[in-house]
Design a protein around this ligand. Structure first.
Ligand SMILES: Cc1cc2nc3c(=O)[nH]c(=O)nc-3n(C[C@H](O)[C@H](O)[C@H](O)COP(=O)(O)O)c2cc1C
Length: 208
């Protein structure tokens, strides 16, 4: 079901309770979704998000055993671990280099941009770096779930997994913070949950 407008997409995206078994997602289909995810916003365009997509059946079963016992990991076409890079600010030079080469930034503006990004992250310290990793990767993860839905795939964001076990399972580097797991597949609609209660806008929004 491709080609939603945003209202349809927002209404149709739900956290899948379960998936149809034995549905494969092709590498090319994942790449199409991730091409859209590339467009997600990030602080200073540092693109903190990282993804590990587990679609190999045997490895996914092992992952279920060691990291996330939820049944939907078994039926999902892929289990997607979302990570945030706490050291993303160190990439500032690389991220802004193309703008220098295109002449959008001159040498002075380029150096000042890199200096101010580095100063911000280093002055605010480790807690801020971790917050930033989680904040930016979470925005990217939401983009991923919407992009997946637009391409006809259902998802479920999950924190019901063991992040330390995930780090060990994938041998993840120290700079990467596990943010959430997303299972992806074709929803088993016989097992669909009703949409949960939503607060009225007036309860969670203050318009001044
Ligand atoms: C950060 C986060 C963690 C979640 N963890 C789980 C989980 O471990 N298992 C699960 O079945 N659903 C999980 N959910 C899905 C929520 O239960 C779901 O988003 C919520 O009930 C609203 O339903 P909807 O997404 O269908 O609108 C999680 C959602 C979020 C945003």
């Amino acid at each position: 079901m491709e080609g939603y407008n945003f209202t349809q997409l927002a209404n149709e995206r739900k956290s899948a309770n379960n998936f149809m078994e034995n549905v494969e997602i092709k590498k090319e289909e994942l790449e199409e979704i991730f091409k859209l995810v590339t467009l997600a916003p990030s602080c200073f365009n540092l693109q903190h998000a990282r993804y590990i997509v587990l679609k190999d059946k045997e490895m996914k079963e092992l992952f279920r055993e060691k990291v996330c016992p939820q049944y939907k990991v078994h039926t999902a076409s892929a289990a997607v671990l979302v990570l945030g890079d706490k050291m993303a600010y160190k990439d500032a030079e690389r991220m802004y280099e193309p703008m220098k080469l295109l002449g959008i930034l001159d040498n002075t503006a380029f150096a000042e941009t890199v200096r101010s990004i580095t100063a911000l992250y280093e002055s605010r310290g480790e807690e801020f770096m971790r917050d930033e990793a989680i904040r930016n990767a979470s925005l990217s993860a939401m983009f991923f779930m919407l992009a997946a839905k637009e391409k006809g795939w259902d998802t479920c964001p999950m924190i019901g997994y063991d992040p330390k076990a995930a780090i060990k399972f994938f041998n993840i580097e120290d700079n990467l913070e596990p943010v959430m797991l997303i299972t992806l597949g074709k929803e088993d609609v016989n097992n669909r949950r009703l949409r949960g209660y939503r607060k009225p806008v007036s309860e969670y929004v203050k318009i001044i």
